[in-house]
Design a protein around this ligand. Structure first.
Ligand SMILES: C[S@@+](CC[C@H](N)C(=O)[O-])C[C@H]1O[C@@H](n2cnc3c(N)ncnc32)[C@H](O)[C@@H]1O
Length: 200
């Protein structure tokens, strides 16, 4: 079976061209993108958080899967790179693009939790992990990618990834699954019932 997605969001071609023109090479793998779209589609009205917008490839997949009532907040520190996402996706009213440090954003955020958190940068993954997990709603999901080693990883990164895998092996209140697929993924789902279900 060919596991590459057969149908890509229409915006991806022009978005990728602009990302390439900037020399940005860190966009998510298309398989991961397809999974993001499916996870977003599983939750009508989903509240989605992406840490590390990059040029917007993950956001394009998420928006493609989300329904009209869902919303996505995406945080990125590099305004120029995020500018690609802003140009191609910024008119979508479901999307809020935040320009700034993801760690500072995680520390300051005091709004409701998210149904899906895609942690695709340092904060929320290698730092501020507890804070990112705390923002996952009951039944919600936390996804990280890029866990398989690749040539050119900076010194110490493999150790960081091993530590992250250990920390995410069995975090209290989550069920996790490792996926040796795409760039190496880990999905953690918060157990427990929502307040609404508990009150019913
Ligand atoms: C792997 S890329 C994101 C790719 C994107 N999520 C996608 O799916 O295409 C990681 C991004 O995190 C950004 N970044 C690095 N450190 C950051 C920080 N402390 N806060 C916010 N963004 C950061 C980088 O500029 C880069 O664009």
């Amino acid at each position: 079976m060919d596991d590459l997605p057969q149908h890509l969001p229409a915006v991806l071609d022009p978005l990728r061209a602009d990302a390439a023109a900037l020399g940005f090479t860190l966009s998510c793998d298309a398989r991961t993108g397809a999974l993001l779209a499916a996870l977003a589609a599983a939750r009508p009205g989903a509240r989605v958080l992406e840490l590390g917008t990059g040029a917007g490839e993950g956001a394009a997949w998420l928006l493609d899967g989300m329904d009209a009532t869902a919303s996505l907040v995406s945080v990125e520190q590099d305004a120029e790179v995020q500018g690609v996402a802003r140009r191609h996706l910024g008119a979508d009213p479901r999307l809020t693009l935040v320009t700034g440090d993801g760690g500072a954003w995680l520390e300051a955020y005091d709004g409701p939790p998210f149904d899906l958190v895609f942690a695709d940068t340092w904060p929320g993954k290698f730092t501020h992990l507890d804070r990112a997990l705390a923002l996952v709603a009951p039944g919600g999901s936390y996804l990280v990618d890029d866990l398989d080693p690749v040539p050119g990883w900076p010194a110490g990164h493999e150790t960081d990834v091993r530590r992250l895998l250990d920390e995410l092996d069995a975090p209290p209140g989550f069920r996790t699954v490792r996926l040796a697929w795409s760039t190496g993924l880990l999905l953690a789902v918060r157990t427990g019932v929502s307040e609404a279900a508990a009150a019913a």
